[in-house]
Unconditional design. Sequence first.
Length: 340
Amino acid sequence: MRVLVTGGAGYIGSHTVLALVAAGHDVVVVDDFSNAKKAVVSRLEELAGRQIPVHAFDLTDAARTDELFATEQIDAVIHFAAFKAVGESVQKPAMYYRNNLDTTLSLVEAMQRHGVTRFVFSSSATVYGEHAPVPYQEDWDRLDSSNPYGQTKVMIERILTDVAAVDEAWRVALLRYFNPVGAHPSGRIGEDPTGTPNNLMPYLSQVAVGRREKLTIFGGDYPTADGTGERDYIHVEDLATGHVAALEHLDTMVTRTRAFNLGTGTGTSVLSLLRAFERAVGRELPYEIGPRRPGDLAVTYADPARAHAELGWRATRTIDDMCADTWRWQSQNPQGYPED
Ligand code: UFG
């Protein structure tokens, strides 16, 4: 298939581009580079061993989005491009709703005009909200989120479901990610957050490389084995093959829209992840226990059974693999990608 990957220069998008090429698909990338560096593209081409067509524009521009579909032959869309910082979304809700909804609507309308009906959406475990029991299962129907970023994921899942409901040709996979970490084993591509990292793994790896003084663990009094929060960390390489599996499953999907958890099914505490990262680095890392972060849940992890049964996919990489690959990327690229 010839697949349009929106946000293909971003963290998960770039790893998925390589997984698509490895599986024999052709890829077209669209990215506005607002949260990605141009250097990603040359590294992707080096790893893929081929040129990758890249369109640099913002998908909120509906006219350019339409033109893209008019000029490129596209069989399916994998939609990653979005704003994704939870805290920023609380401060700037209108900006988040505008961007994440407009980009998706531009895409959907262009797809409708050009007869493209295959869509894989980058959703999040955040849609399970505060009340779903763990492990999270896809048929939980009270989708909700405590922050505007998460609400955009809930809304877009709904929009895509409604769009598919009125056109029998449409097939949509809603992929609900748990906590993506890790990097390509080459050490050439990885996560490169702008500014101070919001998420645990990039923060930890920046402590290890000397860019941050110490890790602050947000809360040591949760009702968990060691008092720190537990999450379902999933290697970005597993996540990438999950996208390929979902894409290849669309044509045989019985329902027009289907949600899939992409996780491992296992929770790991902040302290356990810290210890695993120390093993990867080969030394102890400085940390302190601080107050809880508002909005955080104690424990979240996936029930990954549906993805295994229907997509034939499961995560195979361990926490130690995730830490080793993150550390290879961070130690070889201490400042992330070179500036454009
Ligand atoms: N944590 C720390 N210190 C830090 C950063 C995080 O102790 O500096 C802890 C958090 O409290 C949490 C765990 O590490 O227990 C993981 O936190 P992340 O910020 O890495 O990930 P979250 O689970 O909070 O967020 C992730 C995604 C969001 C998504 C959310 C809910 O990053 O996009 O899951 O599904 F919305």
